[in-house]
Design a protein around this ligand. Structure first.
Ligand SMILES: Cc1cc2nc3c(=O)[nH]c(=O)nc-3n(C[C@H](O)[C@H](O)[C@H](O)COP(=O)(O)OP(=O)(O)OC[C@H]3O[C@@H](n4cnc5c(N)ncnc54)[C@H](O)[C@@H]3O)c2cc1C
Length: 420
């Protein structure tokens, strides 16, 4: 069996930043395992700009952003295996993987970082009536076809779901000559970033119909038309609001799900809300020495936050490899209530934590002129007013070790949305 200090599953931005950080924190034997034929993850198909404003203070395309981290991995001679799929991770951190050259092989790792990214919610998970003709694609598949394979999925397009990939594909398909007729969104708010609504829909006069869904798909061999309708507060279609569009393509952009099959079989505890692992401030899962970061942990809006989180995961994995598990004297639980859907991390170890810990979360609806309130037990310790908060954008609260030290008996932290 091969022996490595650290095995990183996934060579996307999370895996790359985690590897660089672990090496910079003194870990020599690192292996990144990537199932695709190149490093970089989903960024390789995101040829639009807007990446890296926080990390590099410049606007890069996805491949350029990934390229900066790939260079850092190569400069440090960190080992990686491409075209290699991790099949299993055991409770005691034996990683089973396979590829065409080595066949099936096993690696005993001192620590593992999960960085497998996420996948798109499929049509099967959406319960749309109608036949199953050609012409229905997830927005990410269409993105890959257009940007990497060089194929146009269709000419007259309707998009269901206003997640970022759908918004970006509305613009991309338009630039490639397609007629994007409408983006229909089930919820009364968009699931994507505000800047993407402005730059990808408004700038191209593509209508966004909130509280609308697809109620019929026509066509037997190929999509010939789509009917959408307005939905009520119960999200059921309202009779009489139907609108028909002649089109040959339906793109689905209805949410991303962390890719956690491996985590499940490894025995990693998963959150019901994010579908990603439950982690502490070190981004360590319930399995000692198994860490998680990036979209496999929770779906991020900006890759810069993925890189920051992964840098932390790499540093903490290095600490674990060098010093072993630091038995924490106490764990403080973080509760997400009143509009806060979840938090990452879920627990904090006040004695072992870094000087600051960034707690990231998303809200469950659009809030205007509200505040993010943080309570230590019943005591309000911080209240930050926000003009607007939306489910499509990640929010954060920064916890200070020095502040937590003032509360030696603290058991619970609560983060909630309140009136400003
Ligand atoms: C369409 C789209 C547009 C975006 N636009 C922006 C933007 O404008 N600005 C911005 O900042 N961010 C944007 N993002 C977000 C950003 O790209 C992601 O947050 C980031 O790529 C997530 O990184 P990751 O490493 O967690 O996941 P990924 O990039 O998905 O990487 C995960 C890697 O793990 C590999 N893998 C999975 N399972 C296995 C296995 N079993 N064995 C081996 N390898 C495995 C996968 O092949 C993949 O390469 C966008 C994302 C998408 C999808």
């Amino acid at each position: 069996m091969l022996q490595y200090d650290l095995v990183i599953v996934g060579g996307g931005p999370a895996g790359l930043a985690a590897a660089v950080s672990a090496r910079d924190n003194g870990i020599e034997k690192i292996l990144i395992i990537e199932r695709d034929n190149e490093l970089g993850g989903i960024l390789n198909q995101c040829i639009h700009n807007g990446f890296g404003l926080h990390t590099f203070k410049e606007e890069l395309t996805g491949p350029e952003y990934a390229g900066r981290f790939i260079d850092q991995v190569k400069e440090r001679n960190i080992e990686y295996k491409l075209n290699t799929m991790v099949m299993d991770i055991s409770h005691d951190k034996v990683v089973t993987a396979m590829n065409r050259v080595d066949g099936m092989f096993q690696i005993a790792a001192k620590a593992v970082i999960l960085a497998m990214g996420c996948r798109e919610r499929s049509r099967g998970a959406l319960n749309i009536p109608g036949y199953r003709p050609a012409g229905i694609y997830s927005a990410g598949t269409a993105q890959r076809l257009v940007n990497i394979e060089g194929y146009m999925p269709g000419n007259k397009v309707v998009i269901l779901g206003s997640g970022d990939i759908g918004l970006i594909m509305a613009r991309r398909m338009t630039l490639e000559g397609a007629d994007v007729q409408v983006v229909a969104e089930l919820m009364p708010y968009s699931g994507g970033l505000k800047r993407n609504i402005v730059q990808c829909l408004d700038d191209f006069d593509i209508p966004l119909k909130l509280s609308h869904t697809v109620i019929d798909i026509e066509g037997k061999e190929r999509v010939t038309g789509i009917t959408i309708a307005e939905v009520g507060p119960d999200r059921k279609p309202i009779p009489g609001t139907e609108e028909h569009y002649d089109c040959d393509t339906l793109l689905l952009s209805c949410g991303l799900l962390p890719e956690n099959e491996l985590s499940k079989t490894a025995g990693v505890e998963l959150s019901n809300i994010t579908s990603g692992p439950v982690v502490n401030d070190a981004l360590e899962t319930n399995i000692e020495g198994v860490f998680a970061c990036g979209n496999v942990l929770h779906v991020h809006d900006l890759v810069d936050f993925v890189s920051q989180e992964a840098t932390n995961a790499g540093k903490n994995a290095a600490k674990y490899i060098k010093e072993g598990e630091s038995k924490s004297s106490r764990n403080v639980q973080i509760h997400a209530v009143d509009g806060v859907r979840y938090t990452v991390p879920c627990t904090i170890r006040p004695e072992e934590m870094d000087d600051t810990v960034t707690v990231r979360f998303r809200v469950g609806q659009v809030y205007q002129d509200c505040a993010v309130a943080t309570y230590f037990g019943d005591e309000l310790v911080n209240k930050r007013a926000k003009k607007i908060m939306a489910p499509g954008e990640m929010e954060q609260v920064i916890l200070l070790k020095s502040k937590l030290a003032e509360y030696p008996d603290l058991k619970d932290i609560t983060i909630k949305i309140e009136e400003a």
